[in-house]
Design a protein around this ligand. Structure first.
Ligand SMILES: C[C@@]1(CC(=O)O)C2=NC(=C\c3[nH]c(c(CCC(=O)O)c3CC(=O)O)Cc3[nH]c(c(CC(=O)O)c3CCC(=O)O)/C=C3\N/C(=C\2)[C@@H](CCC(=O)O)[C@]3(C)CC(=O)O)/[C@H]1CCC(=O)O
Ligand SMILES: NC(=O)c1ccc[n+]([C@@H]2O[C@H](COP(=O)([O-])OP(=O)(O)OC[C@H]3O[C@@H](n4cnc5c(N)ncnc54)[C@H](O)[C@@H]3O)[C@@H](O)[C@H]2O)c1
Length: 196
């Protein structure tokens, strides 16, 4: 099955990660990369997660056993324990409450899955193998890294800044598209941002 690539606004949204191992750590890093507010509930929490909490005020740790009520008011929940039955139970709670849920290793319990992605500022490329091969998704990411460079991230910032002005100045979509294309192509050709 192919999964629909939806780009979700996670900024300051409460997200719960259940489990405190390396898989939970990977998920926490991704959620923080997109500015979510993350709560980790884990009986044990690994050092790598403790390292992040020192640097981030968006992360809260609760060293305890999972309780159903932990899911209340969450925007998204990740069940990342090493207990498949518990992960399944967490998915059931979330599905009954309409909360987006990812249960690691159990695609059938997931309402969404994670992608392999590149992020340069707000410019994102994301790859999914539909769960068939995370390694293949990683291969695509490594190839794409040559195209989606930090420079394109900067160019995208610049395009965001001028977008409103260009839209106001030119009266047809055709003209606006032409201008946007010219700015992008010229910047890429010159390898530098336009001078204002
Ligand atoms: C993108 C990424 C993000 C992340 O980490 O969340 C991610 N897996 C990553 C890496 C990775 N995962 C695994 C390996 C070892 C090699 C291998 O097994 O293939 C490696 C490679 C490595 O470690 O380098 C093991 C693994 N993964 C899943 C299973 C269960 C199963 O297959 O049943 C098992 C077997 C566990 C076991 O054997 O016990 C399942 C899922 N992993 C997904 C995402 C979702 C589908 C993504 C897609 O559509 O491709 C999905 C369905 C669920 C989900 O988690 O959302 C991240 C790349 C980060 C990056 O960009 O670098
Ligand atoms: N999806 C993926 O990409 C992927 C990749 C590798 C492994 N896995 C699977 O993901 C699972 C987690 O992997 P890991 O390496 O992080 O495992 P781990 O054993 O290091 O961590 C499991 C965590 O779950 C916590 N936990 C267990 N029961 C709990 C409970 N009732 N309440 C709160 N916390 C509880 C433990 O305290 C621990 O912190 C494993 O089952 C593994 O097979 C998934």
């Amino acid at each position: 099955m192919a999964y629909f690539p939806m780009f979700v606004n996670l900024k300051d949204q409460p997200c719960l990660v259940v489990g405190g191992g390396m898989v939970a750590y990977r998920k926490v890093k991704v959620l923080l990369d997109f500015e979510a507010r993350v709560v980790v509930v884990g009986e044990n929490i690994c050092d790598k997660i403790y390292e992040i909490v020192k640097k981030s005020n968006q992360l809260e740790l609760q060293k305890k056993c999972f309780e159903d009520a932990d899911c209340d008011n969450m925007f998204m929940v990740i069940a990342a324990t090493d207990d498949n039955l518990l992960n399944h139970h967490i998915a059931e709670i979330c599905n009954s409450k309409g909360i987006m849920v990812n249960a690691v290793d159990q695609k059938e319990d997931c309402s969404f899955i994670f992608s392999s992605y590149i992020k340069e500022k707000n410019l994102i490329a994301a790859f999914s193998s539909g769960g068939n091969s995370p390694v293949l998704a990683q291969y695509l990411k490594s190839q794409e890294k040559e195209i989606l460079t930090p420079f394109l991230g900067e160019l995208n910032e610049y395009m965001g800044k001028i977008r409103k002005r260009v839209i106001e100045k030119y009266d047809t979509e055709e003209k606006r598209k032409e201008i946007f294309k010219e700015i992008v192509n010229t910047a890429i050709e010159n390898g530098e941002l336009p001078q204002e």
